[in-house]
Ligand binder design. Structure first.
Ligand code: ADP
Ligand code: ZN
Length: 737
């Protein structure tokens, strides 16, 4: 709580022996005093400190307070070989922690995710394939050699190489001794290539050029703030914001572009490379440890001019950040739902405000939050009116499933079938979209009616025929498909119910036996690399019909695709979630936007049982402003975001009674919340009431827009003690309510 106080101008350097306050990533509740090591240390230095019998990572957060026995204060073990954390990063972490009600150590962990941060550079070596063959080839040895073949030009510590290959360090050492692997001293990390903002770029349309100039003016510091860059898919938003990146490069400042599903966006990297003549840094959890460490350092030294990243890139130690682009800003994957619960879009705005950077939020279907900020005059707005070139927006249509007469266990309507056939005959591509992974969402016993559920979660197991297993989408647990019903033990009566993407693929094979069919679902590929290759192949015409989940809706450009069929447009509309309409609208518009991105005009057909539903009508009409106004009206009425504030509290534990007891206690002691006029709902079972054997209970808090929600919640939850394995997590601005 008092951590903010440490930000008061401490000295920048502490001589040997001076008292320093070190924040560690250990859950301690406060920063601890230490003495500066020999040679002193900088404010913000990454250090290793003793904590009981252990050595832990920390950051020098300020001057020590000296408020306990000075004789017992221990020395910092050493300052690590990394640029000190900058003031602005410490301020960002402090404010982000206060906003999300996250303890500082957990927040700090996000900013210290550089692998090998604690290793002295001398431990880093280059490992290469040596001339000799190993005396005997084992699986483990083969994995080491394969890993080297793939990443041989980068430097590793021995431990990292062993980890990457999934072997013990002694396997690597054995190969070194035999000369099959060579070990050399590592030079400094290779810097990224220089990005040249002044290479010839595409000639922009008048609309695009005006938008690009407005963004560039912001980056140059002539205006300042956050801009919504709105335009349909294919209108050139990327071209426009790349000009803002160019302006940042000219000003000598760094840019960060956040993308959802970054591991799959190969095409995007090519575009950036083409525009600036060098590869940008690529930050995401799928990147190798070596690559991530290199980026972390290069970003900190200001040598990486452009970073393309997943949300965690917000915590990279930028030296001179001038621009953050959040592409597809409405995308739900920007909300981190594990550990620290934060929305990367909102944190980008905070991060940028602290370091005086410009923010561009790009989307064809902006979030209601962003619309509201535009309306309130907090964000500026730039519109790109139409698709670039001859491409036009797809023709939208509904297929009324009430009158189609679908045969049992079939999901493609006769109308959709004949439309797809037409495209195939013209040599074009068609896409069938269904937002359900696996073969079938339910496995039912036809003898006793039992539905197979996960042992540890309150969720059904989903059959994945490709994996030949039943998988729990909550905890990831899987088991082989049983032969007999686990409940009545009758054999051969288990049947799939409902469609998943794999089952749709099967149906497509019978409907179009001649067609080349590609089923795109993340779990059907061993690695992001394999999936990426498949997507690239499809873009080049390697498939006639593409069948996929949410994954295909994002960013990919399939030039020959002219028809998108949505199998179940109603899927997102059921349930009580107040954001369901917004989500469905965004997803459907985005999926439809995949069609007709080149010369041939595109169409999108929505199979629906409720063609008159207002959301379906809005999707068909494509009138975003109207949809937004209607949604905004309803949210305002209900006093929910973006016109009111919400927070969710998730209580969890193995004993359901203990979890509910805590919830009831909180509900009784709601004084701090009542004081700010907030209302508490619950405790009630969470939308998924059990995950990994832990029962989950949710409470929702609703307050007025201007109410000091975080302070009130902090005071409220401080009244209770957590007993046993009961945990409490606060979710500010929850995704569903
Ligand atoms: P968005 O990001 O809005 O989906 P893109 O920037 O990806 O749109 O543009 C869609 C396609 O049109 C891309 O292939 C892009 O290269 C092309 N494009 C857009 N604007 C221009 C332009 N002014 N000149 C040439 N090609 C353009
Ligand atoms: Zn489970």
């Amino acid at each position: 709580p008092a951590i903010g106080a440490f930000l008061l101008t401490p000295p920048d350097f502490f001589e040997h022996g001076a008292l320093v306050s070190v924040l560690t990533t250990q859950p301690l509740g406060r920063a601890l005093d230490y003495r500066a090591p020999e040679g002193g240390c900088h404010l913000g230095a990454f250090v290793e400190v003793p904590l009981g019998p252990r050595k832990v990572l920390g950051v020098v957060w300020g001057a020590g307070k000296g408020d306990y026995d000075l004789a017992k204060v221990r020395h910092v073990i050493r300052a690590l070989d990394a640029p000190p954390m900058r003031d602005e990063m410490r301020e960002f972490l402090t404010r982000a922690a206060a906003y999300t009600l996250t303890p500082m150590p957990a927040m700090l962990r996000l900013a210290t995710r550089a692998p090998g941060l604690g290793d002295p550079p001398s431990m880093r070596k280059i490992y290469r394939r040596g001339g000799a063959e190993p005396d005997r080839m084992t699986d483990a040895r083969r994995r080491v050699l394969e890993t080297l073949a793939e990443y041989g030009d980068l430097s590793f510590t021995l431990k990292e190489l062993a980890e990457m290959a999934g072997v013990t360090a002694s396997v690597v050492k054995g190969l070194v001794t035999q000369g099959a692997v060579r070990e050399e001293d590592s030079p400094r990390d290779t810097p990224f290539g220089r990005m040249d903002p002044d290479l010839p770029s595409k000639e922009l349309t008048a609309d695009q050029a005006a938008g690009a100039e407005a963004l560039a003016a912001g980056v140059r510091g002539e205006t300042y703030g956050t801009t919504l860059l709105r335009g349909v898919t294919g209108s050139g938003k990327t071209e426009v914001y790349l000009e803002a990146v160019a302006a940042a490069l000219r000003a000598g400042r760094q840019s960060l572009v956040l993308l959802p599903e970054i591991a799959l966006t190969e095409q995007f990297f090519h575009r950036v490379q083409e525009r600036f003549g060098a590869k940008p840094a690529e930050w995401h959890s799928g990147a190798t440890m070596t690559e991530r460490r290199r980026i972390w350092r290069m970003v900190g030294e200001g040598q990486a001019g452009v970073v393309i990243g997943a949300r965690s890139a917000l915590f990279l130690p930028f030296q001179n950040l001038g621009l953050i682009v959040v592409d597809e800003e409405h995308d739900t994957s920007y909300k981190q739902e594990d550990g620290v619960l934060y929305n990367a879009r909102d944190m980008a705005v905070l991060r940028a405000a602290i370091c005086g950077a410009q923010v561009v939020l790009a989307s064809a279907t902006p979030s209601l939050e962003t619309w509201a900020n535009v309306e309130a005059g907090k964000y500026t707005r730039i519109d790109l009116a139409s698709r670039f070139g001859p491409a036009v927006m797809p023709q939208m249509g509904a297929i009324d499933m009430r009158t189609e007469g679908l045969p049992a266990n079939q999901w493609v309507s006769p109308t959709l079938q004949s439309e797809v056939t037409k495209r195939l005959e013209r040599g074009e591509q068609a896409m069938l979209f269904i937002n359900r992974r696996g073969y079938a969402p339910v496995t039912l016993c036809r003898a006793c009616g039992h539905q197979i559920a996960c042992d540890d979660c309150d969720a059904r197991m989903v059959e994945h025929r490709f994996l030949k297993r039943l998988v729990c989408h909550q905890c990831g647990e899987s088991k082989p498909m049983p032969e007999v019903c686990p409940s009545c033990e009758v054999e051969g009566k288990l049947a799939p119910v409902g469609p998943g993407v794999e089952r749709l693929g099967e149906e497509a094979k019978t409907l179009w036996p001649e067609a080349r069919i590609a089923v795109l679902s993340s779990d059907m590929y061993g690695s992001a690399r394999a999936l990426k290759a498949e997507i690239a192949g499809i873009a080049e015409g390697g498939a006639d019909i593409i069948i996929g989940t949410q994954l295909v809706a994002k960013g990919h450009n399939f030039p020959k695709l002219t028809l998108v069929g949505v199998i179940d447009a109603d899927l997102g509309l059921t349930g009580s979630d107040l954001r369901a309409a917004e989500r469905t609208f965004q997803l459907m518009r985005q999926v439809a936007g995949r069609a007709g991105r080149a010369e041939a005009p595109g169409a999108a057909l929505l199979q629906t049982y409720q063609p008159d539903h207002p959301v379906i009508r809005a999707i068909l009409a494509g009138d975003e402003e109207k949809f937004w106004a209607a949604e905004a009206g309803e949210r305002r009425q209900a006093g929910v975001p973006p016109y009111g504030r919400m927070a969710g509290i998730i209580l969890s534990g193995s004993d359901v009674a203990a979890v509910f007891d805590l919830g009831n206690q909180l509900a009784r002691q709601d004084g701090p919340l009542r004081k700010i006029g907030a209302q508490v709902y619950g405790p009630a079972p969470a939308p998924i009431a059990r995950v990994r054997g832990r029962h989950r209970v949710r409470m929702l808090i609703k307050a007025e827009k201007t109410a000091p929600l975080q302070e009130a919640i902090a005071r409220w939850i401080a009244q209770v003690r957590l007993k046993g394995d009961v945990r409490l997590a606060v979710d500010i601005d929850p995704q569903s309510f």
